[in-house]
Design a protein around this ligand. Structure first.
Ligand code: GLU
Length: 482
């Protein structure tokens, strides 16, 4: 019995190594991963690098490290091995050539000797006459002798799929249900290019079969390729996997998500310090939601809740504001120790000495109220690590009589003992406002300015807690005009 018959779930993420992981690619990877985990199946990483013009050195390693960074561990893949390898298509070229030969022999594929110039002219004419741009079948029925002659003369060729021209095809898709297409609209796809390497279509069908993939879950842009793929499965006498095509990702103006309108590289979100928990949670809701419309999920909760039948057909809007909201949610809700650890590289890059861990945790706990990604943490924290600087207007406020009285009061009180907890500071605030008759803005603005460098910001007990007794007294004294 094959694995498909045994219904073992085996799914794959099959990116082309173009140099970065597109957010749409991360969604595909995540949905495949979740489906595998939910069904106790296998999640496979396969690198589709047969388009050598698009392959970039180092891209495969980067892809693998990005997937690991977000926590999507694959069970089989280039650096993990597995019994269905190799998992990089350029290492499998022989396999595809052999399969193309089988199709040629059965008359389901043919040699095409058309030159690039001819094809270009053909496309121009089709565009001008507003017809679909596709191969016109010139070499589809070349006599055997002509083919032999051309081959022996060494004329460059490609191998094309001999797709039936009549009738229509109807197939099932888990997301889109029944999909129908006219066969006349389907191109005689190139299967083997003139460089001898296969195109995506041949390679992915052969690999999906040989790797015993049970479900193909991928972006909607591949939906129109399904007829060719099904024809390939049929020609080889194989059972096709189930298909699920994920809805398009759209910008807020409903145009197709593109690099021009903003960031689409997962790596760039990670560099900016979006927490991976936030990124995955945001991504899982792009085209999927649970029956109860719940929004917040850990990866493990997603694994339990996910199902293919709750994927929408309609395009999903990549709403950066929602991502930022999600980012802020996780920055504030995960443990302060975790957020501090993840923020460490940003502080180190800014040259800030965070060796006092107790202070660092307090700073992070305060600063996280203001950010949605970790790269913004530092700007809300530097004032606790550097001397404050004041503008001329700040100085005027600091030198006001009320402000000076406040500073003296606080220096005197704080110096009475070494340790203060925030509650004691709160009662001291009550006493101070009562005794001095200074209230509201007139109280908080000058005090916060002296301790924090700005009239607006965290509350006074938090500030004194972070700065410590001595640090607070020093800042207050610096503001006393003596
Ligand atoms: N290599 C294709 C891509 O880069 C994969 C499509 C598929 O999953 O079949 O999107």
């Amino acid at each position: 019995m094959t694995r498909i018959e045994a219904k073992e779930v085996r799914v794959r993420f099959a990116p082309s190594p173009t140099g970065y992981l597109h957010v749409g690619g991360l969604r595909t990877a995540l949905f495949n991963y979740l489906f595998a985990r939910k069904n106790k199946g296998k999640f496979i990483l396969r690198i589709e690098d047969t388009d050598q013009k698009r392959s970039i050195p180092g891209a495969v390693e980067k892809l693998m490290s990005t997937l690991k960074a977000v926590g999507l561990e694959y069970d089989e893949g280039p650096d993990r091995g597995g019994e269905f390898g190799p998992y990089i298509q350029t290492e499998r070229s022989e396999i595809y050539r052999d399969h193309a030969k089988t199709l040629l022999e059965a008359g389901q594929a043919y040699y095409c000797f058309c030159t690039e110039e001819r094809l270009e002219k053909l496309r121009d004419v089709q565009k001008k006459t507003k017809r679909p741009t596709m191969y016109d079948g010139k070499c589809r029925d070349l006599p055997k002798e002509k083919v032999e002659e051309n081959l022996s003369k060494g004329i460059p060729y490609v191998i094309r799929l001999k797709y039936p021209k009549e009738g229509r095809i109807v197939f099932d898709d888990i997301v889109r249900q029944k999909v129908a297409m006219e066969n006349s609209q389907v191109d005689d796809q190139i299967l083997i290019k003139s460089d001898g390497l296969p195109t995506y279509h041949l390679a992915s069908v052969v690999d999906d079969h040989l790797m015993e993939i049970s479900h193909v879950i991928r972006g909607e842009e591949w939906l129109s390729s399904v007829p060719k793929h099904i024809y390939l499965y049929e020609s080889f006498g194989w059972e096709a996997p189930s298909f699920a095509h994920l809805p398009l990702l759209l910008n807020s103006d409903r145009s197709k998500l593109s690099k021009r309108q903003g960031d689409v590289a997962v790596e760039s979100y990670l560099e900016k310090g979006y927490l991976t928990e936030a990124l995955l949670n945001f991504i899982v809701l792009l085209g999927w939601h649970a029956a109860d419309d719940r929004e917040i999920y850990t990866l493990q909760e997603m694994e339990e809740a996910f199902s293919l039948d709750r994927i929408n057909k309609a395009g999903a809007i990549f709403d950066t504001e929602k991502l930022n909201w999600m980012g802020g949610y996780y920055v504030r809700h995960l443990s302060v120790e975790y957020v501090a650890e993840k923020s460490r590289p940003y502080f180190e890059a800014a040259g800030i000495d965070i060796s006092d861990n107790e202070k660092y945790l307090k700073v992070v706990n305060m600063a996280r109220d203001y950010v949605y990604r970790l790269s913004d943490m530092v700007e809300h924290a530097t004032m606790f690590y550097e001397d404050l600087t004041f503008s001329d207007e700040d100085r005027i406020l600091i030198e006001e009589e009320n402000a000076q009285r406040l500073y003296s009061f606080w220096v005197e009180e704080l110096e009475k003992k070494a340790d203060w907890d925030p509650e004691e500071i709160s009662s001291l605030i009550k006493r101070a406002t009562g005794e001095m008759g200074i209230k509201g803005k007139n109280f908080y603005f000058p005090l916060r300015l002296a301790l924090f460098g700005s009239c607006h910001g965290p509350d006074i007990p938090t500030l004194i807690d972070i700065l410590g007794r001595d640090g607070s007294v020093k800042r207050l004294k610096d503001c006393l005009s003596g």
